[in-house]
Design a protein around this ligand. Structure first.
Ligand code: MN
Length: 381
């Protein structure tokens, strides 16, 4: 049977899905509480339709399975072995329906599902000739202030890096990774960094769940005194009751990241009064549809959203920019710095940053075109 022509019924049926593993170098090593990375591993997904449209999506897990249990190798096996057979022959425009079908077929695995869903959304935008944000109800804003993530390196190293960003007129907001040192040393390090930055700079910290409640009770006042106004995930993901107690006792705002993966998590965190801010990310929640549901919970509970990253290339960064700009409650900025931390990109024209803000891409779908030479260069062999 000949393939239907574009614009004809049947032309948007999924005819093939291709997965590629990539390793992209970073401009410097990026240190988390548990490990350090020098390259970012990315799963690139291409969804092809019978009519000749190709949608692109990506999923990356910084440092492998420590954060959420998924790795790009495992994601690829799930996509190729299970999600591709499900999606072949399906109408690519039925994104939400297909996302639900994927959820029925495979539990968890949000990073893998988000990569596929992203490619389906890109197909939709390209098929309809509209930027993705228009399909999501339209943009509330056209740029997002970007927080620059400083690693868990010694104070001198991160101060130098933050000052260089400030001097260049780029980022004004910084997030410091904590948790790699004993708490007293760690807080002293943060205080040194905070004291070395000008008043205009804002500094937040991310503990990736490294502290227990007692440690947090002892050391949050030190962070507050240092001028830190936002603390991300000080406690393990499950301990919502303790997070709520910290919010009662301390002035600093708490942001939920590991505690907040699913829409059900969002409802539970909100009901427990365990966060002031939701860190939303496409990958950890399974895609754009899930982020929009979480944002709806945030809006219903008067909670602000912050756009998180899993260190995406311009592909995933563009997708997140469309999603975040189309969410009313996303008032706390974002950390979509992936393309700035990566030493190279896989797109013909990477996303743009002006004065420390990410600009919402235009053009159909994600508004992004792959550079096939770069894809080939960084493809894992
Ligand atoms: Mn985090």
């Amino acid at each position: 049977m000949p393939a239907p022509a574009p614009g004809r019924p049947g032309s948007l049926l999924v005819s093939g899905i291709e997965t590629t593993l990539l390793d992209l170098p970073l401009v410097r090593p990026h240190r988390f509480s548990v490990l350090s990375i020098e390259t970012q591993a990315v799963l690139l997904v291409r969804v092809r339709t019978a009519g000749g449209i190709t949608g692109i999506g990506e999923g990356g897990v910084p440092g492998g399975p420590w954060w959420g249990g998924e790795s790009i190798e495992g994601m690829r096996a799930l996509v190729d072995g299970y999600l591709v057979p499900l999606l072949l022959g399906q109408d690519a425009l039925r994104v939400d329906y297909l996302a639900h079908r994927m959820d029925r077929l495979a539990a968890g695995a949000p990073f893998a599902k988000a990569a596929v869903e992203m490619a389906l959304w890109d197909v939709c935008g390209k098929a309809l000739g509209a930027p993705l944000h228009q399909l999501l109800g339209g943009a509330h804003r056209t740029e997002l202030p970007v927080t620059w993530a400083l690693g868990a390196e010694p104070a001198e190293t991160v101060i130098e890096e933050a000052r260089a960003k400030l001097d260049a007129g780029a980022h004004q907001r910084f997030k410091l990774k904590m948790g790699a040192l004993p708490p007293a040393e760690d807080v002293a390090r943060v205080a040194r960094v905070a004291a070395a930055l000008p008043e205009t700079a804002r500094l937040s910290v991310d503990l990736n769940g490294s502290w227990d409640e007692l440690t947090a009770r002892r050391f949050l006042p030190g962070l507050d005194a240092a001028g830190i106004d936002l603390v991300e995930q000080p406690l393990p993901a499950w301990n919502l009751a303790a997070a709520a107690r910290l919010r009662e006792r301390h002035r600093v705002a708490l942001m939920a990241d590991e505690s907040l993966r699913t829409t059900q998590d969002a409802a539970a965190v909100a009901a427990a009064h365990a966060a002031d801010v939701f860190a939303v990310k496409l990958a950890k929640s399974g895609g754009i549809g899930a982020v929009r549901q979480i944002a709806a919970v945030a809006e219903a509970n008067g909670i602000a959203c912050y756009g998180g990253t899993t260190i995406e290339t311009s592909v995933g960064t563009a997708a997140a920019a469309h999603a975040f700009c189309a969410v009313a409650a996303l008032t706390a900025g974002c950390e979509l710095f992936g393309p700035l931390l990566l030493a190279d990109d896989i797109t013909a024209r990477p996303v743009s940053y002006v004065s420390g803000s990410l600009l919402l891409p235009e053009g159909p779908g994600l508004g992004i075109t792959l550079d096939e030479d770069k894809v080939a260069k960084y493809a894992r062999r």
